[in-house]
Design a binder for this molecule. Structure first.
Ligand code: AMP
Length: 508
């Protein structure tokens, strides 16, 4: 009997136990043998704390290699890993814990006092795990117990359908929902990404993403591990550290803001990236302009891919072949994509914009304890309705034009923000833009452009420049300038924040 995910991820590393799994900026490193041993220690401790197969282990801790191996130890012990954004407040944590009812809750040692009553209320055992500083300093109660535990652990058998993780969606509209991800969901996606992007044991992946989100936890870590590759595991994205480690890396996975920040740094050039075979981008749209500027500076074409918490990765630009700026490429092997009419659900002809639906071994089984919400977001034939709007071009490349909820309906006409943003972004002096709909007394909603400019620009200048380029109903009724667009940790522009801020702009 095997544990589908753990055994699947560990197989390559078991053949090379001495190979370094993670290089850490604190000078330590972890081999694949350490992954086996330390995950065994965690599994022993969790089991000793009462973890039964299927129990949740909720975790809100700073990024560390121990936190990553805690994920593996949880899966080995038959548990369900439930990472939580480090930015969540105790009040928010209370919602997640009372909803998910974990057996064990692991938090930062500094937050224990504030979170203990919350854990108690939810009936969870509380433990702490902090960032390691030195062998003489405790890194938390779970860390202490782990150091004292045995390394040997008989991995708990789990089938492909068993749950391996629950990841809560960011919940910008309504309550955050727990996406239930099975062993097979995660393993199949790791296999496909390894093969699609050509990961091997020779790779060194520069890991700067947070590990409470699907991108850093699964896309980056699982893909490297299943290939038996190495990670250069940094606590966060920091250009100095990135340029220090780039010469040792072969690949990096990033969100678009990593790339704009690298472009703003004069150290980015052909020499500093010469050792790299792959840069990927996802979690938010990469501007075509960023793609082109990055290529001009480094000779490297960023590979953009598309996925979400509920589905893992769905599409990718080709590794060999044309990586098309502004598109998210083709469906991954085994994943089907179709574009449907948001109202009727009918499949649309090629080229038309509609809702992106996906089906495949990567797609989750539903939302934790929300059977109705789950039913509403799946079609009867098993396709998941992503809520993203997009189209497929004649060559089969998928382009995303935005989230369905960001669609602006003005005077009965649909305006896809991306279309307007692309035109604004082309204007001389514009760095980037976000187009939103806000309440309008006649039209229901009116289009507003929020613009980041690199020189002094006026509203009239932008409005006049768009006049011949866009149909009248698509033209912004107002344009406002900001220093930067509000973004979450994954680099997604928070349009809900902009809609709230400019809610009254067109009402008088
Ligand atoms: P999350 O569940 O936090 O990973 O967010 C998933 C959402 O991020 C998707 O539904 C898309 O709206 C967006 N997203 C992910 N990758 C891309 C991409 N390459 N381009 C545009 N949007 C993306």
């Amino acid at each position: 009997m095997t544990n589908t995910l753990f055994d699947g991820l560990a197989a390559a590393g078991r053949k090379t136990p001495e190979r370094r799994f993670a290089l850490l900026p604190d000078g330590r490193h972890f081999t694949y043998q350490d992954v086996e041993d330390v995950s065994g220690r965690f599994a022993n401790v969790l089991t000793g704390l009462g973890l039964q197969p299927g129990d949740r282990v909720a975790v809100q801790v700073e990024k560390s290699i121990e936190a990553l191996i805690l994920y593996l130890g949880t899966v080995r012990a038959g548990g369900v890993f439930l990472p939580l954004n480090t930015a969540y407040t105790p009040a928010e944590i209370e919602y997640f814990l009372t909803d998910a009812r974990p057996r064990i809750f692991v938090c930062d040692p500094k937050k224990r006092d504030a979170l203990e009553p919350v854990a108690q209320k939810a009936g969870a055992v509380i433990e702490t795990l902090g960032v390691w500083h030195s062998p003489d300093e405790s890194a938390g109660s779970l860390s202490d117990k782990t150091l004292a535990a045995e390394t040997g652990f008989e991995t708990v058998a789990r089938t492909p359908e068993d749950l391996a993780a629950i990841l809560y969606t960011s919940g910008t509209t309504g309550r955050s929902k727990g996406a239930m991800l099975s062993h097979a969901n995660l393993l199949s996606n790791a296999e496909v990404l390894r093969d699609t992007w050509g990961f091997t044991a020779q790779d060194e992946l520069l890991h700067c993403l947070p590990i409470f989100h699907t991108h850093g936890l699964f896309v980056a870590s699982n893909t490297a591990m299943i290939a038996g590759a190495g990670l250069i595991f940094l606590p966060k994205f920091d250009p100095d550290a990135v340029f220090h480690y780039l010469p040792q890396a072969t690949s990096m996975m990033g969100v678009p803001t990593f790339y704009t920040r690298l472009l703003a740094d004069e150290r980015l050039n052909r020499d500093s990236t010469a050792h790299m075979r792959l840069f990927t981008s996802g979690s938010a749209p990469l501007l075509a302009e960023t793609h082109r500027a990055f290529e001009a500076r480094t000779g490297q074409r960023i590979l953009e891919r598309y996925g979400m918490t509920e589905t893992n990765m769905n599409t990718s630009n080709p590794y060999e072949g044309e990586r098309r700026a502004g598109t998210v490429g083709f469906p991954l092997k085994g994943t089907e994509i179709r574009i449907t009419d948001p109202e009727t659900g009918a499949t649309l002809p090629q080229g038309e914009i509609g809702v992106i639906e996906v089906k495949g071994p990567n797609v989750f089984s539903g939302y934790w304890q929300m059977p109705e919400k789950t039913r509403a977001e799946f079609r009867e034939d098993g396709f998941f309705i992503t809520g993203d709007l997009g189209f497929v071009d004649t060559d089969g490349y998928v382009t995303i034009v935005g989230r369905g909820k960001d669609l602006v309906i003005t005077g009965g006409y649909n305006v896809y923000p991306k279309e307007v943003e692309l035109v604004i972004d082309e204007l001389d002096g514009v760095v980037e833009s976000a187009v939103i709909g806000v309440p309008h007394p006649d039209f229901g909603e009116g289009v507003v452009g929020v613009v980041v400019a690199q020189r002094k620009m006026t509203e009239d200048e932008v409005v006049a420049a768009l006049r011949d380029k866009l149909a009248r109903f698509k033209q912004p009724k107002r344009v406002v300038f900001v220093d930067e667009l509000p973004r979450n940790t994954m680099g997604k522009v928070q349009k809900n924040v902009l809609r709230d801020k400019y809610a009254d702009l067109l009402s008088s």
